[in-house]
Write a protein that binds this ligand. Structure first.
Ligand code: ATP
Ligand code: AMO
Length: 432
């Protein structure tokens, strides 16, 4: 047997046609002389009706033996029927049970019985069968496609850089050490050093979508230990150019999902609000003033505390940039402002109180960079060939990194970042 149609490809106009559908038994109702099976596949559900008088004895017996979540294949006739959920139903000529599901089910994929997130994540393969969860991951897939489209349309080349690395990039405390034969190595925190080396390599504009690993100690609703980072780097560009590309990427995702994914958005009850560009920009200093004016004490030069982020988020609508950060708060590769080296050319993209992305124009001068590395308490010797790349012709450049899951939290209005990962990794969770 070959499947002829997904559930959403069948219409009442196909009345009388023979089709083959395959999927899971979403629900089953057995009345004396009538069996109703709702078959679920990736695209939705379809109603199979099995009236004892209209089918063979074998078909009726098989229908009665079907259990919830059994994998079934049905060859049958489309019958238009105004009373059926989609205006038609299928009357089978043959039913095959491809695989039985054990009972009781550890989790209810029909969404009737609620379960807490840990139970759901323990049995993620079953949880992922739920139509709402499937819709979320369909949106995630479309988001990544849209991001790639924008990059390709703007002259970026997709690259893949190593995830087994020899040094830290985002501060030494959040590294996962691993043993690499007889040496110490780490899981990559960010493709930062590699994407910058690609600028020295003359690739001009690159992007990468790949995993980052961070040994975050805290269990929060917005941190993962393994996340997917959308990274880009562009030559002969400053932080403003990088911000323009970033808001373009974000805006296009909203437009593309709005235009192409109404079905998934409806399933998730999401009312997508496409925010026009340019997104508002506030300087770090202005943001500190806002925070202080709302009664949260904060010194110029500090990073925003969680309380400060919350207060700031309450005063801002949707997406906004925070620019002109104190140099001290940002990594060594950030370019300080020439006139006032206390501030630098870094930015964060925020959505209300959540940081979605960080970026900057980079330090492209060798001496300044070495100084910056020492200032962070790191040893320049650990940065061997990365530093060399700055000696032999490094163009001015800028870029950013955006967490795919943080971005999905905003798109799909999730409170917990784990909802946006198939198999999340957090402090407690290493399986499944
Ligand atoms: P990134 O680390 O990539 O810059 P982020 O949004 O995770 O992005 P953090 O610096 O980790 O930024 O956190 C932002 C703020 O939230 C910081 O001021 C930090 O102290 C605070 N924070 C982080 N984790 C927790 C936590 N578990 N509980 C309370 N506050 C936290
Ligand atoms: P940063 O450390 O701010 O910057 O990370 C960039 C973005 O990655 C996401 N992110 C995370 N998402 C989930 N869980 C985590 N533990 C986590 N850590 C980070 C966030 C964050 O905004 N090299 C720079 C980027 C650059 O300048 O190009 C960097 O890594 O969305």
């Amino acid at each position: 047997w070959r499947r002829t149609h997904f559930s959403n490809e069948i219409t009442p106009e196909m009345d009388g046609e023979e089709i083959i559908v395959m999927g899971w038994t979403h629900s089953i109702r057995k009345l004396g002389k009538l069996v109703f099976i709702i078959l679920r596949d990736r695209e939705g559900t379809v109603q199979i009706v099995v009236p004892k008088q209209k089918v063979s004895e074998e078909v009726f017996t098989t229908a009665k033996s079907v259990g919830r979540e059994d994998v079934i294949a049905i060859k049958g006739k489309v019958v238009a029927n105004e009373k059926a959920p989609a205006g038609f139903e299928i009357i089978p000529v043959e039913i095959r049970i491809l695989n039985k599901a054990e009972t009781p089910l550890p989790l209810d994929p029909s969404e009737k019985v609620p379960a807490d997130i840990d139970t759901r994540l323990d049995r993620r393969f079953l949880d992922l069968r739920r139509p709402k969860i499937q819709a979320l991951f369909r949106l995630r897939s479309e988001m990544l496609k849209s991001v790639r489209d924008t990059f390709y349309n703007n002259g970026f080349i997709e690259v893949n850089t190593p995830k087994l690395v020899a040094s830290a990039t985002e501060g030494g405390t959040e590294l996962f050490p691993i043993s690499y034969f007889d040496r110490e190595a780490f899981l990559g925190q960010s493709p930062q050093l590699y994407k910058q080396m690609m600028m020295a390599a003359g690739f001009d504009r690159v992007f990468e979508i790949g995993p980052i690993f961070r040994a975050e100690e805290h269990n929060t609703r917005r941190h993962l230990n393994e996340a997917i980072s959308i990274d880009c780097e562009m030559s002969f560009s400053d932080e403003k150019d990088a911000m323009n590309v970033l808001e373009n990427v974000v805006h296009n995702v909203f437009v593309d999902l709005y235009e192409n994914n109404q079905k998934e958005l409806r399933t998730l009850d999401i009312n997508l609000n496409v925010q026009e560009t340019p997104f508002p920009r506030v300087t770090y200093t202005e943001a500190v003033d806002i925070v202080n004016s709302k009664g949260i004490d904060m010194e110029w030069g500090e990073d925003f505390s969680r309380a400060a982020e919350k207060i700031l988020g309450d005063s801002m609508e949707g997406f906004y940039f925070i620019t002109e950060w104190p140099t001290e708060t940002r990594p060594f590769y950030t370019l300080p402002n020439q006139e006032n080296p206390k501030i630098c050319k870094a930015f964060d993209l925020m959505y209300k109180d959540l940081e979605i992305s960080s970026g900057a124009q980079r330090n492209h001068k060798y001496d300044l960079l070495v100084e910056g590395i020492k200032r962070m308490g790191l040893n320049p010797e650990g940065f061997g060939t990365y530093l060399e790349a700055f000696k032999y012709g490094m163009p001015p450049h800028a870029g950013w990194g955006m967490g795919a899951e943080r971005f999905m939290m905003i798109i799909t209005c999730q409170e917990n970042i784990r909802e946006c990962v198939l198999f999340p990794r957090d402090r407690q969770r290493l399986t499944p």
